[in-house]
Design a protein around this ligand. Structure first.
Ligand code: C2O
Ligand code: CU
Length: 478
């Protein structure tokens, strides 16, 4: 039966004292649906998604992350994957604040994991604009498993500019994690294995931990902080008056922000696609639907029912015509352009074995060494037949364009022969980003200013199966 569980809204994390937090990773049980037995998960403070952090720009916080997970993994570990060998303990955890401008020691380097019984103190300076970030596990070679087990949550940064917009707040602002999971018939999490697979996709879509939830809404505007935290599934989301699985929705909503904060202006959209780790900040006005039921859809399938209460609609504060001013970084600001390939490798039987960035394994010497405060263009040359969302730690960037090229010519000569015009970013991608979809057989260019801190970070594909199997590289700001 659908629509029998209310959408849970994760609670806010409570400080020990102002600016100081302690969050404990542990195993717990929760029901994903009223009619199913409880599922065993791993979560922060015993919740998945974890509790929501709300930080203010310019006000740093510290978090002590405590690993109280069991010693045996919930899901099958492939010890042949780099960094997950039989020589290291099976259960390891390290938290990364995705999109955070964080010093290297607190960034959640995948090799700096802690074991059950250990804890790690991190500091998050929050010296960045209001944005919807998220925190998640990043342990070397098992990130995909720790994520499926449930280790992720929202981290919202606010600032005075955002306050001045008077966006829907309190109960009218909903952090919404959307992700697919594979379940056994007994409602327990399943992960194929132990042998590594390049693609994990679920048989159910969860919204904040529930399958087919409903939301009781008032006839007014709501702000949804959307986060695709699936391992590798992309979602195209829409609102629909139609409960059938035949058509995507076409009810308009306003997109006001992307990964790294507000867009230049609200954008009316009917559909939005999020690759894994991408976020969207949207405002949906339910007042035209007073007394009616509408649906949030993934492609054409309804995944959440929204029951809009009857009665007097609360007139929405009109969104300002302009939001944050976003200066485009001119290409001339770049002191360096790097061509970086994305490539996959198969064995004789055609089975995918691993994937590499720029032909290098994770533990080969660092090759990307941008200077602090310099600007570079990275051309991400996707030689594979699928899209990969690429994420750089520490920085925000802008997308310049995507352009199709001739793969065979590139393999022969190592130079790009374009087969079509450059495609500018879509309007909802034209703000500040930290994750970019690189399309198959396209060269995707981003322009990045390396601000904040010197030190070691990583960049990687955010399809967690790929990231875990060599599609991740260190880089160093010098
Ligand atoms: Cu969201 Cu390195 O990751
Ligand atoms: Cu990938």
């Amino acid at each position: 039966m659908k629509w029998v569980d209310a959408l849970p809204v994760p609670e806010k994390v409570k400080p020990l004292r102002k600016g100081h937090y302690r969050v404990t990773m542990r195993e717990f049980q929760a029901k994903v649906h009223r009619d199913l037995p409880p599922t065993v998960f791993w979560g922060y403070d015993g919740m998945s998604p974890g509790p929501v952090f709300e930080a203010r720009s310019g006000e740093g916080i510290t978090v002590e992350w405590v690993n109280n997970l069991p010693a045996k993994h919930l899901l099958p570990v492939d010890h042949a994957v780099h960094g997950a060998g039989a020589d290291v303990p099976e259960v390891r955890a390290v938290v990364h604040l995705h999109g955070g401008k964080v010093p290297p020691g607190s960034d959640g380097n995948p090799e700096k994991w802690i074991l059950p019984g250990q804890s790690k103190l991190t500091s998050y300076p929050n010296r960045q604009e209001a944005a919807g970030l998220f925190y998640h596990d990043h342990a070397m070679g098992i990130t995909r498993l720790n994520a499926v087990a449930g280790l992720f949550g929202h981290y919202l940064i606010r600032d005075a500019f955002e306050d001045s917009l008077h966006l829907p707040a309190g109960p009218y602002e909903i952090p919404l994690c959307i992700y697919d999971r594979l379940f056994h018939l007994n409602a327990q999490l399943q992960y194929p294995g132990p042998r590594w697979t390049d693609d994990y996709s679920g048989n159910a879509i969860l919204l904040n931990g529930r399958v087919f939830p409903f939301l009781e809404a008032e006839p007014r505007s709501y702000r949804f902080r959307l986060l695709n935290c699936s391992n590798g599934t992309f979602f195209t989301l829409s609102f629909s008056r139609d409960s059938s699985v035949l058509v995507p929705g076409s009810e308009p909503f306003q997109t006001i922000g992307s990964d790294q904060g507000l867009l230049a202006a609200p954008l009316e959209m009917k559909r939005i696609t999020l690759t894994t780790a991408e976020r969207a900040d949207i405002v949906m006005d339910f007042s035209p639907y007073a007394g009616r039921t509408i649906y949030l859809k993934s492609s054409t399938s309804p995944i959440m029912q929204i029951r809009v209460a009857p009665g007097q609609a609360v007139k929405a504060m009109p969104l300002p015509a302009k939001l944050r001013s976003i200066e485009r970084t001119p290409e001339s600001a770049a002191v360096k352009t790097r061509d970086l390939t994305l490539r996959d490798y198969k064995d004789a039987s055609g089975r995918m074995t691993h994937m590499l960035l720029n032909g290098a394994h994770y533990d080969m010497p660092v090759t990307e060494t941008p200077a602090l405060n310099s600007t570079e263009i990275w051309t991400l040359i996707n030689l594979t037949e699928e899209a990969h969302p690429i994420h750089l730690h520490l920085v925000r960037f802008q997308i310049l364009d995507r352009r199709p090229f001739d793969r065979d010519a590139y393999m022969k000569t190592g130079t790009l022969t374009y087969t079509g015009p450059a495609i500018p970013p879509e309007a909802q991608e034209a703000g500040w980003k930290d994750t970019v979809r690189t399309d198959a057989l396209h060269a995707t260019r981003i322009i990045v200013r390396f601000e904040g801190y010197k030190g070691r970070y990583v960049w990687h594909c955010h399809v967690l199966e790929h990231e875990d199997n060599e599609m991740m590289r260190p880089y160093e700001v010098i």
